[in-house]
Ligand binder design. Structure first.
Ligand code: HPA
Ligand code: ZN
Length: 337
């Protein structure tokens, strides 16, 4: 490992765009299937990993939703959350804001309390074990109706104190942010922070719509580069983009990492952060995303520090917590040998 790779792995960082259901490692998926008496289409972890070849977002979502079937009992939700937090801790993650989409499970009869209790218990144990601060972002499916999203919002209101924000993922093209105007207003009225996937496969107009919804962050957002006025507005309004480079590459949103717009967005003054999205599916946790981008885009050590600082400044944490995290980065940089 080069010095710069070690520097990247160790620097304190926040991960703000990672889907719990997309973090199930192949072996854990097989173990959970066996524990729950389910038969998967694959018998080995290697065979499952080999199936992670995608042509676009939908080809990934098909496999992702299929994988969700293995999560049924509270302990299953605990185990997948604990495994992610253990792995994130090794990557220098000290703050994790984890997306979770209950609709995949409620439609199969899994109770909301079953999921929440398992995930939140693992988050509490992770705080004790690793001193990692983790929080939940409940994610609604945009390929379902706005009424479904509003029903989900009502279901999670009892967990208001443990859900830091509400997001939205799923099949983007044909399901623009404007479809969920009432939903995002309702989320804000109930005191939740908000974020939405936009501009991953969808055009710059979807990113513009997301901005007009008044969300606190935009997930992906990279198609904004097609609209210079929009790029300027994102920079001026300091709306963070949670960018996921290996995801974009593996879903063929960009032809190569060398052509990824991450650096162009940084140079344009946009507040970008680097994240893993669905790490085993896209073959990389957050540090691997940063290391791959450093190589492909020739990022400097200062660029890495900027990205780490951006991750905490974009997090849904208090100003004191941001200041503490930035001081930890300064100390890390000063002491790194
Ligand atoms: N886009 C949309 N939905 C998702 C994604 C994504 O990148 N990852 C998990 N669900
Ligand atoms: Zn995502």
């Amino acid at each position: 490992m080069s010095d710069l790779d070690a520097f990247i792995r160790g620097i304190p960082k926040a991960e703000l765009h990672m889907h719990l259901e997309g973090s199930i490692e192949p072996q854990l998926m097989l173990d959970l299937a066996q524990r729950n008496g389910l038969k998967l289409r694959w018998d080995t972890a290697a065979a499952l990993r080999a199936a992670y070849q995608f042509t676009n977002l939908q080809s990934f979502l098909d496999l992702y939703f299929e994988g969700c079937r293995v999560l049924i009992h509270e302990q299953d939700f605990y185990d997948v959350t604990a495994a992610y937090l253990d792995r994130a801790h090794q990557d220098g993650v000290t703050r994790a804001e984890i997306f979770f989409g209950p609709q995949s499970f409620t439609e199969r009869g899994v109770g909301i309390a079953t999921m929440m209790n398992g995930i939140l218990r693992a988050i509490d144990d992770g705080a004790r074990k690793h001193r990692i601060s983790a929080a939940l972002l409940v994610s609604a499916h945009r390929h379902r109706s706005e009424a479904d999203a509003l029903a989900l919002l009502e279901q999670i209101v009892p967990w208001r104190d443990r859900v830091v924000g509400i997001g939205m993922g799923g099949a983007e093209v044909g399901n623009p942010p404007s479809k969920f105007e009432n939903f995002f207003r309702a989320c804000r009225d109930r005191g939740f922070r908000t974020t939405i996937h936009a501009g991953e496969e969808g055009p710059a107009t979807y990113v513009r719509q997301a901005l007009e919804l008044g969300v606190d962050r935009i997930d992906h957002g990279i198609s904004c580069l097609g609209d210079p006025d929009l790029v300027r507005d994102l920079a001026e309004r300091k709306i963070p983009l949670t960018v996921c480079p290996l995801s974009n590459f593996r879903l063929k949103v960009v032809p190569s990492l060398a052509q990824h717009p991450l650096k162009a967005l940084m140079d344009a003054g946009v507040h970008v952060t680097v994240n893993s999205d669905d790490p085993p599916y896209f073959d990389g946790y957050v540090s691997e995303n940063l290391i791959a981008c450093q190589r492909a885009l020739d990022l400097s050590r200062d660029d890495i520090v900027t990205l780490a600082r951006n991750s905490f400044k974009a997090a849904f944490i208090s100003p004191d917590e941001v200041a503490g995290a930035l001081a930890a980065i300064d100390a890390y940089v000063a002491n790194f040998r």
